[in-house]
Design a protein around this ligand. Structure first.
Ligand SMILES: Nc1ncnc2c1ncn2[C@@H]1O[C@H](COP(=O)(O)OP(=O)(O)OP(=O)(O)O)[C@@H](O)[C@H]1O
Ligand SMILES: [Mg+2]
Length: 221
């Protein structure tokens, strides 16, 4: 069973929430946490892949596309003479699950950059939704002014490839603004999210998230 973490942008907390979820789930079952594409990858640094592995409690699994340049994955790949291929990514995730996971298990997959960030001229993170067929998509949105637009634009994009609404995580920005306190209520008011989860700065995931997620997925908590 796969959970895919996407976001409205880069550096908005995908690793933070995916690692927190990995830690919380790993107390109950086997978790595999993967970063299939990572740009700015340094094997010696606390890369996303390393942080996720640590949180899930398994050895480091280097990304399928571990790209050195900290830029858009399509560009980082191109500068290394590589092209990120959908079929390769799909096979790699499947291989990692076969190699590392015990059953039953959950595979958490963090995308690189924003939902529509290019992976190649023909591929964006959005394409990974139908490609990887997650049971659930987590959408991380920085909880600041602009979040309503960013979230709705991402939802409209996701609606082109899945009937399921993403689970929305409003993640605390480094500096809160006026909208930080009102976004969650406004999303409910607008009907744009059923239950936006607010992640506070430096805090673990909001307590209701894990049981709700496990119930939705039929996992034991
Ligand atoms: N709720 C939070 N509380 C404290 N720090 C946070 C929180 N969310 C994110 N951060 C910090 O903000 C920085 C960016 O977050 P993170 O690395 O999770 O973003 P990302 O979306 O995974 O970025 P990328 O697009 O590079 O993968 C990190 O240093 C992270 O620890
Ligand atoms: Mg990350």
């Amino acid at each position: 069973m796969r959970i895919l973490t996407v976001a409205t942008g880069t550096e908005v907390g995908k690793t933070y929430v995916t690692a927190a979820l990995a830690r919380a789930l790993a107390a109950h079952q086997a978790v595999l946490a993967l970063k299939p594409v990572e740009s700015g990858y340094d094997p010696a640094a606390p890369s996303d892949a390393r942080q996720l592995a640590l949180a899930a409690g398994h050895p480091l699994i280097p990304p399928c596309y571990a790209l050195r340049r900290p830029s858009s994955p399509h560009l980082a790949a191109r500068l290394e003479g590589r092209t990120i291929e959908a079929a390769t990514l799909k096979d790699w995730v499947h291989q990692q699950e076969a190699l590392h996971a015990t059953t039953p298990h959950v595979t958490l997959i963090e995308t690189a950059g924003g939902l529509c960030s290019p992976l190649s001229p023909r591929l964006t993170n959005l394409d990974l939704v139908p490609l990887l067929g997650p049971a659930l998509v987590l959408l991380v949105v920085p909880n600041r002014l602009g979040a309503l637009h960013e979230l709705h634009a991402a939802q409209l994009a996701l609606a082109t490839c899945t009937a399921e609404r993403p689970w929305v995580l409003l993640n605390a920005p480094p500096t809160p603004d006026l909208a930080t306190a009102t976004n969650a209520a406004e999303l409910l008011q607008l009907g744009w999210a059923d239950a936006p989860y607010v992640v506070e700065r430096g805090a673990p995931l909001p307590p209701p998230l894990l049981p709700a997620l496990c119930t939705a997925l039929g996992l034991a908590v």
